[in-house]
Design a protein around this ligand. Structure first.
Ligand SMILES: [Zn+2]
Length: 360
């Protein structure tokens, strides 16, 4: 008689595996845009570069990047102006296919476009943000606006991030404040993740979770230092945004930085298009979901106020009833991502929550 059929006695095979893609060179500071040729050389990316940039951001930094690279690289520029985003991405991909690597120089929209074009053409991507408005500057997710709101797509994580604090500090302060709000939303994203872990057994990455929380804590502690057009502020926020992006890369998903507050923000993208910035909407959502988690929602609200981010729907030009609709619709966005907003929210309670935002 053979014992082959008795599986219980066999040693269990270790079958866990993990693939993390992190940026290799992260250069943040005053005037670091000048170091772009050195970074490209360090990474041995090839001899031709496609610079994807926006209309305004080309003047702010794109042209400087082109000039710096022109001495050693064959440089082509793709101006990601307005128009249908999917058409623009297709054109950007055709341009990227002709180059060895891609550099995105601009705000969130340009960076996301460069990230997607790089992913679809299998090119390395360097992120050169001109504003610190959301944590996409270093992450592997990109969002594209559609008629039904923004869709989140898999994209190439940057092989390098070059964030010049002089450039970022000169951007409108509203963008930096929105970046702060996006980072503070890490607190509630983590609480939602832990809730889903306890209630539904969703896998949790302690490493990603701790990094995400620590990033939010650093910003929370330094909220008093965040001032308009200060390079010190740009430095603090940019480092935090990169760190949040790294937490997402470690987790292999946006879970460490995106919970119910992000679903609320995405619902508002649909219900009130063009109102408020991504981070602003997430910040307002985070006050509400922090309250529902029984946490320090006033602390979140006070910190948002300190950095100059809005804390009410009125603050982003959205009426209260639309915010109520967005809270109720949040559960229909990425329904597989369980959050506190999936737990018995009614129209009446949503109205009370929105009212609470205005309370002293
Ligand atoms: Zn975000």
């Amino acid at each position: 008689m053979s014992a082959d059929g008795i599986n219980l006695l066999r040693a269990k095979v270790f079958d866990k595996s993990k693939w993390m893609q992190l940026p290799r060179d992260v250069v943040i500071g005053h005037g670091v845009i000048e170091q772009i040729p050195a970074v490209c050389e360090d990474l041995s990316l090839g001899d031709s570069a496609l610079v994807i940039t926006g209309d305004k951001t080309r003047d702010i930094a794109g042209k400087r990047v082109e000039a710096l690279l022109a001495a050693s690289y064959d440089v082509t520029t793709f101006a990601a102006g307005g128009g249908d985003p999917f058409e623009t991405i297709k054109k950007a991909e055709a341009a990227a296919a002709e180059a060895a690597f891609v550099i995105g120089v601009g705000g969130g929209r340009v960076i996301d476009m460069a990230k997607i074009a790089s992913y679809n053409t299998d090119r390395h991507f360097i992120s050169v943000p001109t504003a610190a408005s959301h944590d996409g500057i270093a992450s592997s997710r990109a969002s594209v606006p559609t008629a039904d709101g923004n869709v989140s797509l898999a994209a190439e994580p940057p092989v390098a991030v070059i964030a010049d604090t002089a450039v970022i500090a000169s951007a409108p302060h509203r963008l930096l404040a929105a970046g702060c709000a996006d980072i503070m939303a890490n607190y509630t994203a983590i609480l939602d993740w832990e809730l889903s872990h306890r209630l539904r057994g969703e896998p949790l990455s302690e490493y990603a979770l701790t990094l995400s929380r620590m990033t939010a804590e650093i910003l929370f502690k330094n909220a008093d230092l965040i001032k308009p057009h200060s390079e010190e502020s740009a430095w603090i926020v940019t480092k935090a945004l990169v760190s949040s992006g790294v937490a997402m890369s470690i987790a292999g998903s946006s879970r460490p930085g995106s919970g119910g507050e992000h679903k609320f923000s995405h619902a508002l993208d649909r219900l009130a298009p063009e109102k408020g910035l991504h981070g602003e909407k997430c910040g307002i959502g985070a006050i509400i979901t922090m309250y529902l988690h029984g946490g320090d929602w006033r602390g979140i609200r006070d910190s948002l106020k300190k950095v100059g981010a809005p804390t009410t729907p009125a603050g982003i030009g959205v009426d209260d009833e639309t915010a109520v609709e967005a809270l109720l619709a949040a559960r229909t966005i990425r329904p597989e991502r369980f959050t506190i907003l999936d737990m018995g929210l009614t129209r009446e309670s949503a109205r009370d929550l929105v009212k609470m935002l205005y309370r002293e």
